[in-house]
Design a binder for this molecule. Structure first.
Ligand SMILES: *[C@@H]1O[C@H](CO)[C@@H](O)[C@H](O)[C@H]1NC(C)=O
Ligand SMILES: *[C@@H]1O[C@H](CO)[C@@H](O)[C@H](O)[C@H]1NC(C)=O
Ligand SMILES: *[C@@H]1O[C@H](CO)[C@@H](O)[C@H](O)[C@H]1NC(C)=O
Length: 368
């Protein structure tokens, strides 16, 4: 009954002709293996390549929605690219979906939502041209598990999770964004891996209740329990980070782990607003390491097993966390983010409505 009337404005969509400006993905030279040759300009976004990060003279690069009145912004969506470090394309995808949603539902004001794509780059990107000599870079797979930067000055030890802290603090600064209500870290695939782990490890702040993490189609999880759905006794380090919690944490999380212990860290994680989403056709093997395979043999199976783990907790599924199954979608970020479920969670309906007020939210004009 509740489901039948949720988020109705968007069901009007087929009746509308698309008029919003759809931004095409630009062709970019290079590739993720050998490095990208540029970070392309993107209509509607500022490319900021000198974002200061404390603890280093180096800088970070972000795409951020251009031309918005900061005092009107109520929501920030922070959406990195995939393992391929195609961060610009994720900004574009999120922007297209927001434009579409705002056209379909006039109550959504796109000027209240700032989209940011943080550009976690690799050394090859500096060599190929996308990053200049002062821009921070990480190893090709390290950035999404929270490791320290590899350069320009590795001794600065800037975790990719420190960057996320910095970006959250940017939006939480009341003197710039007096009306900000929510930050959504939106992650698909590699970025979903990143946010599942970051949600556990980040240090508590007063604003934690305003921060949400979307974990869509991750290749693996930081498993909360020490046993596994598909155990393999000849596989080493199954329960070490990034696959588990029995040590091996990156520098960013080591202090927290030492202080809280496994139990405390799990408790901290379960209190955070994590929103899982899985495409029901996301059935490729993805990460084929034996550690990942003990969580399930495909992306979808790992997701199902993780949900079973949550549901089997003595406290039950945490009230701060949600699960969406996106029917028929595979490992496709645009289709995932543009599903009715994720579109609403990421950009368009406040979490207040989602969690507290389904019964108050009763559009009267249409039922499906
Ligand atoms: C999102 O989905 C709607 C409805 O299926 C479609 O009309 C629209 O073009 C999609 N937008 C994007 C950016 O994928
Ligand atoms: C790095 O590149 C950006 C343009 O991509 C430029 O704005 C910035 O000043 C550059 N920094 C240095 C030190 O060259
Ligand atoms: C178990 O782990 C070993 C060691 O990596 C690997 O060779 C083997 O294929 C794994 N077994 C399964 C069923 O994944």
């Amino acid at each position: 009954m509740v489901a039948s009337r949720s988020f109705l404005p968007l069901t009007l969509l087929p009746l509308l002709t698309a008029a919003y400006t759809f931004i095409d993905n630009p062709a970019v030279g290079g590739d993720d293996e050998n490095g990208w040759t540029e970070l392309p300009p993107v209509p509607g976004a500022d490319l900021i390549s000198d974002w200061p990060i404390s603890g280093t003279d180096s800088t970070f690069v972000v795409y951020r929605s251009a031309g918005l009145d900061a005092s009107a912004i109520t929501r920030a969506v922070i959406v990195p690219g995939a393992k391929a470090r195609d961060h610009w394309s994720y900004w574009i995808t999120m922007k297209n979906i927001l434009s579409y949603a705002a056209e379909a539902d006039p109550s959504i004001d796109p000027n209240t939502i700032s989209i940011m794509s943080p550009c976690f780059m690799a050394q090859v990107d500096q060599q190929a041209g996308a990053a200049n000599s002062t821009n921070l870079y990480w190893s090709k797979t390290g950035w999404f598990s929270g490791t320290y930067n590899e350069g320009p000055n590795a001794k600065d030890q800037i975790s990719s999770f420190d960057i996320l802290d910095n970006l959250a603090a940017h939006y939480l600064d009341k003197s710039t964004y007096p009306n900000l209500e929510e930050i959504v870290f939106a992650g698909h695939s590699a970025a979903a891996q990143m946010f599942q782990r970051y949600a556990a490890l980040r240090s508590p702040i007063d604003n934690d209740a305003q921060i949400h993490y979307i974990v869509a189609n991750p290749g693996s999880f930081m498993w909360l329990a020490s046993d596994r759905p598909a155990p393999n006794s000849s596989c080493d380090d199954v329960d070490r980070y990034k696959y588990g919690m029995n040590g091996g944490f990156p520098g960013y999380g080591t202090g927290t782990f030492n202080r809280l212990g496994r139990h405390g860290l799990v408790e901290q994680y379960l209190a955070r607003n994590v929103h899982y989403a899985h495409g029901t056709a996301d059935d490729g093997p993805g990460d084929t390491s034996c550690q990942a395979v003990t969580q399930g043999s495909t992306h979808l199976e790992r997701g199902q097993n993780f949900v079973s783990l949550l549901q089997s907790l003595s406290t039950g599924m945490p009230s701060t966390q949600t699960i969406d199954w996106v029917e028929g979608v595979s490992h496709q970020n645009q289709e995932m983010y543009n599903s009715t479920q994720l579109r609403n969670r990421v950009c368009c309906i406040t979490f207040f409505f989602l969690f507290l007020s389904l019964d108050l939210y009763q559009p009267t004009h249409l039922r499906l």
